[in-house]
Design a protein around this ligand. Structure first.
Ligand code: FAD
Ligand code: SF4
Ligand code: SF4
Length: 481
C-alpha cells in the first residue's frame, strides 16, 4: 500500500471552507469553496484503503473510491479523473449534492473512531481540476451508428444515458418541455447547493459531443408520443416526477399558499436572468414576508434557505416529526439553522386562516406514538394545542408523485405501478411497450441525482444490448441458411 495513505490517525477531517452565514445569505452562490491541491491530497490520504470498501458498496454508482483517493493523495490527478469518470457521468455534481452522510461517507469505516473521509469534496476537486486542465472531453465516438435513440427528459437520467449512448456511436435526440437542459438540477435545486454554470457546462459538453437537444417540446402536448416513438429505433422515458402532493387542510386554496417547485423554479429562473412575472408581482417572492414552509425533506430545506436569501421577514419550518425522524439531510438542517431558519418540530397545520389571502397558520403540536408497519412512529395530535402563526406566505413542500403518463402520452396501454411510476423489467429497463425504456425518478419515484445517473447508465446499456440483439438476429438467421 502507498505510504501516503492511512493518515486518519494524524490528520483531522476537514471540509472545504464554508462561507460565513451572513455572507452566504446575500447571494445564491454555493456555500462551500474548493479544496486546494494540498488539502485534497491531505484529506485523501486519511483513507485506510479498506479491503472491503463499504464506501464503494454504498455509493449507488459503486465508484472506485479507495483507488481515486490514493491517486489524489499521490498527486496523480489525471489518473484519478480517468478512474472517477469511468463510473460517474457527473462526478463534480454528485460531489456537491449527494447526501454523502447517508451514502459513501456514512459508510466509511474510519467513522467508527475517527471522522469519515471527505469523499464528496475530493470527488468534486478531481473533476474541477480536470475541467481546469482541459482533460474533460465530449463523448467522441470512433464511428457513427445509423440507429437513433430518442430520450424524453433532460434531467440527470436522460443526460447520463445520452452520454453513454453517444460513446457507443448512436444518434441521440433529447426532448424536453423546459427551455434549458438539466431537469431538476437546473430549475429545482438552488444555486447555493449547485451553481447553474456547473449544469450548463455539462449541457454544452453533450452538445459538443453531438447530442441534439429539442427544448420547449412537450411530449404528450403539442408533440405526440407516437410521433416521437416512430422517429427512433428506441425511446427512453426519463421524465421525472412533478405532481406536487397536496394537503387536505381547510383553507389550503387561499392565495399566498404556493407549491414548492413553482417557488423554486421562479427563483432559479430569476438567478439565470429570466424575467419572471410571478416573482415581480410578489406571488412567488418571499421578500419582506413571514414565510412558513410545510415539510421536512430536502425540498423544504431548499425553500427555507431560498426564502432567507430573498430577504423574508421570518422563515419557519413546520414539520410533524422531530429532528431525528426527518427525511432531509442533517447537514442541510444545520446550514438552514445557521442562516436563520426557525424549526418548529412536532408541529403540523390544522387550518390556513384568511379571507382571500392567507394570514395565519393554525398549527397544532404533535407527539410521536407507536411505530406503524413501516417502523416509523405515527404522529399523533396533542389535543388543545392549537395556536396561530401569523404568515404572509406558505410554501407546501410535501413531496412529488408521477403525473399520469399513460393519459399524458395518449397510450393507455403503458403499464404503471400502483404508485403511478412506470413499470419496467429490472433486467432490461424496458416498459411493456417494445423498444420503450424508462429511467430515473419516473421509475423509482422521487429520488436522487446519483440514482438518476445510475439508472441512465443502466438504461443506455440495456438499449445498446436490445439494439445489438436486433441487429445480430438477421445476421444469425442468415448464417443458418
Ligand atoms: P428530472 O431531473 O426531473 O428531469 C426530468 C425532465 O423531464 C425535466 O427536464 C422535465 O422538464 C422533462 N419532462 C417531463 N415531462 C416531459 C414531457 N412530457 N415532455 C418533455 N419533457 C418532459 N437530489 C440530490 O441528489 N441531491 C439534492 O440535493 C437534491 N435536491 C433536490 C431539491 C429539490 C427542490 C428537488 C425537487 C429535488 C432534489 N433532488 C436532489 C432530487 C433530484 O433532483 C432528482 O432525483 C433527479 O433530478 C431526478 O432525475 P430525472 O432525470 O429522473 O428527472
Ligand atoms: Fe459519494 Fe455520491 Fe460520489 Fe457516490 S457519487 S462517491 S455516493 S458523493
Ligand atoms: Fe477509505 Fe473510508 Fe472507503 Fe475505507 S470506507 S476505503 S477508509 S473511504
Amino acid at each position: 500500500m502507498s505510504s501516503k495513505m492511512l493518515k486518519f490517525v494524524s490528520t483531522d477531517k476537514a471540509m472545504p471552507e464554508k462561507r460565513k452565514a451572513d455572507a452566504r445569505v446575500a447571494d445564491f452562490d454555493e456555500i462551500y469553496s474548493e479544496f486546494n491541491t494540498a488539502k485534497a491530497e491531505a484529506q485523501s490520504s486519511r483513507c485506510s484503503q479498506c479491503g472491503v470498501p463499504f464506501c464503494q458498496i454504498n455509493c449507488p454508482l459503486h465508484n472506485n473510491i479507495p483507488d481515486w483517493l490514493m491517486l489524489t493523495a499521490e498527486g496523480r490527478m489525471q489518473e484519478a479523473y480517468e478512474l472517477s469518470s469511468q463510473t460517474n457521468n457527473f462526478p463534480e455534481i454528485c460531489g456537491r449534492i449527494c447526501p454523502q452522510d447517508r451514502l459513501c461517507e456514512g459508510s466509511c469505516v474510519i467513522e467508527k473512531g475517527f471522522e469519515s473521509v471527505t469523499i464528496g469534496a475530493v470527488e468534486k476537486h478531481i473533476t474541477e481540476t480536470a475541467f481546469a486542465k482541459g482533460w474533460v472531453k465530449p463523448a467522441n465516438p470512433r464511428f457513427e451508428r445509423q440507429e437513433s435513440i430518442g430520450i424524453i427528459g433532460a434531467g440527470p437520467a436522460g443526460l447520463s444515458a445520452a452520454e453513454m449512448l453517444r460513446h457507443r456511436g448512436y444518434q441521440v435526440h433529447i426532448y424536453d418541455r423546459y427551455d434549458r437542459v438539466g431537469g431538476l438540477m437546473i430549475y429545482g435545486i438552488p444555486g447555493f447547493k449547485l451553481e447553474k454554470s456547473v449544469v450548463e457546462r455539462r449541457g454544452q459538453l453533450l452538445r459538443d459531443g453531438g447530442v441534439k437537444f429539442h427544448l420547449g417540446v412537450d411530449i404528450g402536448g403539442e408533440t405526440s408520443f407516437a410521433d416521437i416513438r416512430s422517429k427512433h429505433c428506441a425511446l427512453l422515458v426519463a421524465t421525472g416526477v412533478y405532481k406536487a402532493r397536496d394537503i387536505a387542510t381547510p383553507g389550503s386554496g387561499l392565495n399566498g399558499i404556493v407549491p414548492a417547485l413553482d417557488y423554486l423554479t421562479a427563483s432559479n429562473r430569476k438567478s439565470l436572468g429570466d424575467r419572471v412575472e410571478e416573482f415581480e408581482s410578489g406571488a412567488l417572492n418571499a421578500e419582506g414576508k413571514n414565510v412558513v414552509v410545510i415539510g421536512g425533506g430536502d425540498t423544504a430545506m431548499d425553500c427555507l434557505r431560498t426564502a432567507i436569501r430573498q430577504k423574508a421577514e421570518s422563515v419557519t419550518c413546520l414539520y410533524r416529526r422531530d429532528r431525528n425522524n426527518m427525511p432531509g439531510s442533517q447537514r442541510e438542517v444545520r446550514n438552514a439553522e445557521e442562516e436563520g431558519v426557525i424549526f418548529k418540530w412536532l408541529s403540523s397545520p390544522q387550518a390556513f386562516l384568511g379571507d382571500d389571502e392567507v394570514r395565519a397558520v393554525l398549527a397544532q403540536h404533535i407527539h410521536l406514538g407507536q411505530p406503524d408497519a413501516t417502523g416509523r412512529q405515527v404522529p399523533e395530535v396533542i389535543e388543545g394545542s392549537s395556536h396561530e402563526l401569523p404568515v404572509d406566505m406558505v410554501i407546501k413542500a410535501l413531496g412529488f408523485d408521477p403525473e399520469n403518463l399513460p393519459a399524458m402520452f395518449g397510450h393507455k396501454g403503458l403499464e404503471v405501478t400502483r404508485w403511478g411510476t412506470l413499470k419496467v423489467d429490472w433486467q432490461t429497463m424496458m416498459t411493456n411497450l417494445d423498444g420503450v425504456f424508462a429511467a430515473g425518478d419516473i421509475v423509482r419515484g422521487a429520488s436522487l441525482v446519483v440514482w438518476g445517473v445510475r439508472d441512465g447508465r443502466d438504461a443506455a446499456e440495456a438499449i445498446d444490448k436490445w439494439i445489438m440483439t436486433a441487429v445480430d438476429a438477421p445476421l444469425a438467421a442468415g448464417a443458418s441458411h
